[in-house]
Design a protein around this ligand. Structure first.
Ligand code: GLU
Length: 483
């Protein structure tokens, strides 16, 4: 029976790695659905794989979710602390006959799988210890064998659910690989470490989760979990399986694709708002008229699973870059400065001892100059560099500095140049005078001045760049260097 009442969803990350973009996207859909329905978004840390789970991964996951603006409700549930409840459920399944102990050794199971492979059959447990007599069981125990606990999956079992994304789903027991291990091998009469499908069901039920929203790679698990809900007599949540994120080649996005962890995106200069916006578009189509740029709150006001696609969502860097640029371009110079300040400080460009007001105004002017061409925040390092450090001259700049009229033009400008800041009008006036004095075309002077000041023929607006380099005497120094 489906859970009624208020919406309670959860993200259940395993702290065996950093926060992956796929998990983060699952978090986004859960969060949006919870907000849409005034429900709760809960967090459960699935740390039962003791060897691979690490506290630093938990910290990375929590920090990443916070950074993205995906606040969760209440304290995270730590799965390993609930092992008593998991063992109790396994005990209940053993007592009710839904589960049994399997004494088959690793070697025997390996032989079984090799035989299946030789016969071109899919690997499955052949349920060989399902109906051991008490005497057979005792014989294995006397041999000193350990046992796993397996949950019975009858071949004829028929499993169905209405998936919020994929509609009517149907599975038969025969396709689920035979009786499933729910507790690892342990000495006879004890219960070993409980395994994923069992613990997820027990915990989702205990947390009164109404909707399980997770990636479609869990569909077969869902079929198995439904059988566990039934056997344990627990209320069943509604399921929604979201499409996978695919790389350029149409394969599941993996670590091999390079940047896949939220922390990597952040380090590359992507902002939380743009990344959250982009992840929402990975598999969800906003309603007509909404456009592709929105906040999480705006998406939450209209989010539903009818607009989640069944097909995999291809990761599109161009769109992410576009969104990120849009967010940066909308910032005022002061806001952009606050975002760039830590990066510039990291480069050693901010002189703490000299926090004069003019410096702040100068930095804001620099932000106003470079802001419109930023795609990522890190571009704000590359593009600000020539204003903090005297750049090398590029090949093209060197060629320009030797072009006919170039030297005369710079010479004329240098002679006219006075110390201290300039206004835009004064700078334009000086250029006009220098053009006349040197007898060159204005274009020649402009191009040469750009080469001299910025060391390159590309870059931001020339006059604004000059005005920024003027007060410190750096403009004159760079012109002199070029001569
Ligand atoms: N720990 C599982 C994972 O990270 C959770 C899957 C689920 O949501 O049930 O894939």
């Amino acid at each position: 029976m489906a859970n009624t009442g208020s919406v309670r969803v959860r993200l259940a990350p395993s702290p065996t790695g950093t926060l992956h973009i796929g998990t983060a996207r699952t978090a986004v859909f859960n969060w949006l659905f919870a907000k849409r329905h005034g429900g709760q978004f809960l967090l459960r840390i699935e740390d039962t794989d003791r060897e691979r789970s690490k506290p630093e991964f938990t910290a990375n996951i929590l920090e990443g979710l916070q950074w993205l603006g995906l606040a969760w409700d209440g304290e995270p549930v730590v799965q390993s602390e609930r092992i008593g409840a998991h063992r109790a459920a396994i005990g209940q399944l053993l007592a009710s006959g839904h589960a049994y102990r399997c004494y088959a050794s690793e070697v025997e199971l390996q032989e079984m799988r090799e035989r299946q492979a030789a016969e071109n059959k899919p690997p499955r447990y052949d349920n060989r210890h399902r109906d051991l007599s008490a005497a057979q069981e005792q014989a294995y125990i006397d041999e000193g064998r350990q046992a796993t606990v397996r949950f019975r999956i009858d071949d004829g079992a028929s499993i169905g659910w209405i998936d919020l994304v994929r509609g009517q789903m149907r599975w038969v027991g025969a396709d689920l690989g035979g009786d499933m291990v729910i507790a690892r091998r342990a000495p006879a009469a004890t219960i070993g470490d409980p395994l994923y499908n069992l613990v997820v069901v027990v915990d989702d039920a205990a947390m009164a989760i109404s909707h399980v929203i997770r990636g479609e790679d869990h569909i077969a698990n869902t079929a198995k979990q439904i059988l566990l809900y039934e056997a344990l007599g627990l209320a069943m949540p509604v399921f929604a399986h979201t499409p996978l994120i695919l790389n350029k080649e149409g394969k599941k996005l993996s670590k091999r694709d390079g940047v896949t962890s939220v922390a990597d995106f952040r380090a590359q200069g992507y902002g939380a708002a743009a990344l959250a916006n982009y992840m929402t578009l990975l598999g969800w189509s906003p309603p007509e008229g909404m456009g592709e740029r929105f906040s999480l709150a705006e998406a939450a006001a209209v989010f539903d699973f009818d607009r989640v696609n069944k097909a995999g969502a291809r990761f599109d860097w161009d769109k992410l870059n576009w969104l990120n640029g849009q967010v940066l371009h909308d910032l005022g110079p002061g806001q952009l400065l606050e975002q760039l300040r830590p990066l510039w400080a990291g480069e050693g460009w901010l002189d703490q001892a000299n926090e004069a007001n003019e410096d702040e105004l100068w930095r804001e002017s620099l932000c106003a100059l470079i802001g419109p061409s930023l795609v990522t925040l890190r571009d704000g390092i590359d593009q600000a560099l020539p204003f903090f450090r005297r750049p090398e001259l590029s090949e093209a700049a060197l060629v320009q500095l030797q072009a006919p009229g170039a030297r005369a033009a710079l010479q004329a400008l240098l002679e006219l140049l006075v110390e201290g800041p300039l206004t835009l009008e004064q700078a334009q006036d000086l250029l006009a005078q220098a053009v006349v004095a040197a007898g060159v075309k204005k274009g020649v002077l402009m191009k040469t001045l750009r080469a001299a000041l910025l060391g390159s023929l590309q870059g931001p607006d020339l006059l604004s760049s000059w005005l920024l380099l003027q007060p410190s005497g750096e403009a004159a120094a760079r012109i002199r260097r070029s001569l």
